[in-house]
Write a protein that binds this ligand. Structure first.
Ligand code: ADP
Ligand code: MG
Length: 342
């Protein structure tokens, strides 16, 4: 069955049926002109939105609807994580081609629902329209406390630069998908490295619990999630903080899968870890005296956190160094939609 057979309102009822959640703070959700939510006293509201456009952010030939549904919500969660907040409500707007199979949409919502359940989120509305290309826009609302929220500004000279998880997996996963002409089945059964790398691109994990621990314990002076690549996103922190940074390239955390597969797909092994996007890891700056506490608290997560550099005077800009003291110059500065990569 195709979307055109059930129409816009058929689709909205289907979504409404599939996505039921009870939250006593929602006075009105899907089905009225606007959602109505009660905000508890003393909380501040964090609001973020992200758009995914077919053929710009994803291609239908190598993106399965389940993981695209998961990713659509996860990338918004990552922005709330980067502020140290708790996600709560979301609105989902879609531009859909009428020829899209209903099965595809159901699988997509299944993915959205999985993530909504994992993080206890409620869908409170959205909009639906016909479109030539599939377009997905989620707005996510979360709560935070004024004294806990972590901004991009705030990094201080001498702070350590830390990153969660590993870098480069998502960008390498995308290279792999492209080099196999979108055949994502190459990976799954036989090669666990390929599966891991591809999965990081198609379904990244937002670092919500980690962001909360960092915020609650005041362990970061600045934080951002890595969506455009390490150098680009660290660049945003430096700009907002009026600071410079030194990065030690040999310290960048690489997964075993990355180490094994990168040489087969790219020439400079480290390039995708330096400037590849979409890992959705947290990048933060931590005062030296809080470093041990941060490392200690992270032991509960089974996710590593790695010191990769230091905040320095803004006159130094952002510079990367190899172990022998030579400077490393990345070939690519990270993703910018309106500029061609250099
Ligand atoms: P309006 O004409 O006021 O935009 P709609 O008929 O588009 O209202 O939407 C009816 C209700 O369904 C609203 O509560 C809206 O938030 C919700 N809704 C519409 N599309 C979606 C969607 N894709 N996901 C979730 N809720 C949706
Ligand atoms: Mg509408």
């Amino acid at each position: 069955m195709k979307l055109k057979e059930i129409g816009e309102f058929g689709l909205i009822s289907l979504i409404r049926e599939k996505m039921v959640r009870k939250d006593s703070n929602i006075a009105a959700g899907i089905g009225d002109d606007a959602a109505v939510i009660n905000l508890p006293k003393g909380c501040i509201c964090l609001v973020t939105t992200d758009i995914l456009v077919q053929d710009t952010h994803f291609r239908l030939d190598y993106t399965d609807p389940l993981r695209l549904g998961r990713k659509s919500l996860s990338i918004n969660l990552s922005d709330i994580a980067a502020m140290g907040g708790t996600p709560q409500y979301f609105l989902l707007s879609m531009g859909l081609p009428a020829s899209l199979p209903l099965r595809w949409i159901e699988e997509f919502f299944h993915g959205v629902q999985q993530v909504a359940e994992e993080y206890d989120l409620s869908l409170i509305g959205g909009d639906t329209s016909l479109a030539r290309k599939l377009t997905i826009n989620i707005t996510l609302i979360g709560r935070g406390k004024a004294g806990e929220v972590i901004y991009r500004k705030g990094a201080q000279v001498g702070d350590q630069i830390m990153v969660t998880g590993t870098l480069g997996n998502a960008a390498l996963g995308l290279r792999i998908l492209k080099s196999h002409k979108g055949d994502s089945s190459i990976s799954h059964a036989e090669d666990r490295d390929l599966a891991e790398l591809i999965d990081k691109h198609l379904s990244p994990t937002p670092r919500i619990a980690e962001g909360r621990v960092i915020a609650k314990n005041h362990l970061a002076t600045a934080m951002i999630d890595i969506s455009d690549g390490l150098t680009a996103d660290l660049g945003h922190v430096l700009e907002e903080s009026h600071a410079g940074a030194k990065i030690w390239v040999s310290q960048l955390p690489l997964s075993e899968a990355y180490r094994r597969k990168a040489p087969h797909y790219i020439s400079g092994d480290i390039d995708l870890a330096v400037s590849g996007g979409e890992d959705y890891e947290l990048l933060l700056t931590t005062p030296r005296k809080k470093r041990e506490k941060l490392l200690g608290l992270f032991r509960q997560f089974g996710l590593k956190i790695t010191p990769i550099g230091e905040i320095v005077d803004p006159r130094h800009g952002l510079r990367l160094f190899l172990d022998d003291g030579r400077e490393y110059r990345p070939r690519n500065k990270g993703y910018d939609h309106f500029k061609k990569p250099r």
